[in-house]
Write a protein that binds this ligand. Structure first.
Ligand SMILES: *Cc1c(COP(=O)(O)O)cnc(C)c1O
Length: 384
């Protein structure tokens, strides 16, 4: 089933004439401030959980530790369902309402599940979610809570995606990452707009992006292209992708200079990025090469270290995908590929509280003490 164009088109000349930076600045701080650049025809169809316009935080402590100067974190852990996936889900579920569909859903590695379920709840639509086996328990719970019907498919994400597709065709459901995919990818563009706006309508030298299917990286590329086209923020940005080494089909292809070879059995604790056969992989690879970026693949240990480093230096608890991006920042700063004076934005795409289990046992044990000053001092070894 196909609901619309493969790629959404806009009348940029009209947008440039009618929409100004000043107008945008006066609107509410969420992604609907860029409505003219989103594929929703009628405002009344918007399913509004107010996602987006998340903080862009200058990361002084982290930069200092890595020997860099201008690191910014785009903190999408604070979206309504705690990941950047609220952006694509907001646009796709709103579009499903515009089409008058009777049910929505998705295939998901975890975060899209929560985002779609939350938006379906707000839209009062039934929601069917297909997930692979072995997702983190708290992530599954954070979709179920919104009243969605989950289907755990006996297999990988690619298997879940395949069966979701069959169900969508038969029952005419709008699945946000399948038959609503052109609208889904539009939602993530808003990250590029926000980064530019929050940097005073300028662009960074580089953006580090965790990759699963590669869709997020492609959306950032589209958003940056539109900013240039509209004349709102000019410049070339190196797009740098990162995948966990246990499931890195895009990064492997970058390293070999060849085509993408799907990974049959993903083996990584970074479940949100465990997509063996990435739907937007070839396109993402093309943009990485064209912009002069790179693709990287840290291992699980580096990912955990990345999560801990981010939390310890900047007070942000990210899920493993955030650890992937930070691990890459660290590796490529150490190798000198990221220059000391570059302005780098790192996308922190999901919240660590959804996947606490990956960090169990990682920290020094708490001390146990009686409720007395003396005992606490003793246990903390604070007496002279
Ligand atoms: C989905 C997701 C990504 C990016 O995935 P793409 O499929 O490449 O768009 C990054 N981080 C997190 C936490 C995600 O859930």
């Amino acid at each position: 089933m196909c609901f619309g164009p493969i790629d959404v088109q806009y009348d940029y000349a009209a947008i440039k004439r009618d929409l100004t930076k000043e107008k945008i600045a006066m609107r509410k701080p969420n992604l609907w401030r860029y409505l003219e650049l989103l594929p929703i025809s009628d405002k009344k169809n918007i399913v509004d959980l107010q996602p987006g316009f998340t903080p862009l935080k200058k990361a002084g402590n982290l930069a200092r530790e890595l020997g860099l100067r201008a690191i910014y974190l785009k903190d999408d852990t604070v979206n309504p369902s705690y990941s950047f996936k609220d952006r694509p889900a907001a646009v796709a579920v709103s579009k499903a309402c515009e089409f008058g569909l009777s049910a929505v859903g998705c295939a998901s590695t975890g975060n899209l599940a929560g985002a779609t379920a939350a938006h379906a709840a707000k839209a009062a639509l039934p929601c069917y979610i297909f997930i692979p086996k072995g997702l983190e328990e708290s992530k599954v719970l954070s979709s179920e809570v919104y009243g969605a019907q989950l289907v755990e498919v006996d297999g990988t994400y690619d298997d879940a995606n395949r069966v979701a597709n069959l169900m969508a065709n038969k029952y005419k459901w709008g699945l946000v990452n399948i038959n609503l995919r052109p609208y889904y990818t539009e939602g993530s563009k808003t990250l590029a707009y926000e980064i530019a706006e929050q940097l005073g309508w300028s662009l960074p030298d580089r953006i580090i992006i965790p990759m699963g299917s590669g869709a997020l990286l492609c959306s950032i590329h589209k958003g940056l292209g539109e900013l240039n086209l509209l004349g709102w923020a000019k410049g070339k940005v190196k797009l740098c992708g990162s995948q966990p080494i246990g499931c890195a089909p895009i990064s492997n292809a970058y390293a070999t200079g060849g085509d993408i070879i799907p990974v049959e059995t993903p083996a990584s604790l970074v479940r949100s990025l465990a997509i063996g056969d990435p739907a937007s992989g070839a396109e993402a690879l093309k943009y990485i090469r064209e912009t002069g970026g790179f693709a990287d693949a840290p291992d699980d240990k580096e990912v955990i270290e990345g999560q801990k480093l981010l939390a310890r230096t900047e007070g942000i608890f990210a899920e493993p995908a955030g650890g992937v991006a930070i691990a890459t920042l660290k590796r490529r700063a150490a190798s000198g590929e990221i220059g000391r004076d570059e302005t780098v934005v790192v996308l922190i795409t999901g919240n660590g509280l959804k996947t606490p289990e990956v960090l169990y046992g990682q920290f020094k044990k708490k001390v146990r003490a009686k409720a007395s000053l003396e005992d606490v001092e003793k246990k903390l070894k604070l007496q002279d």
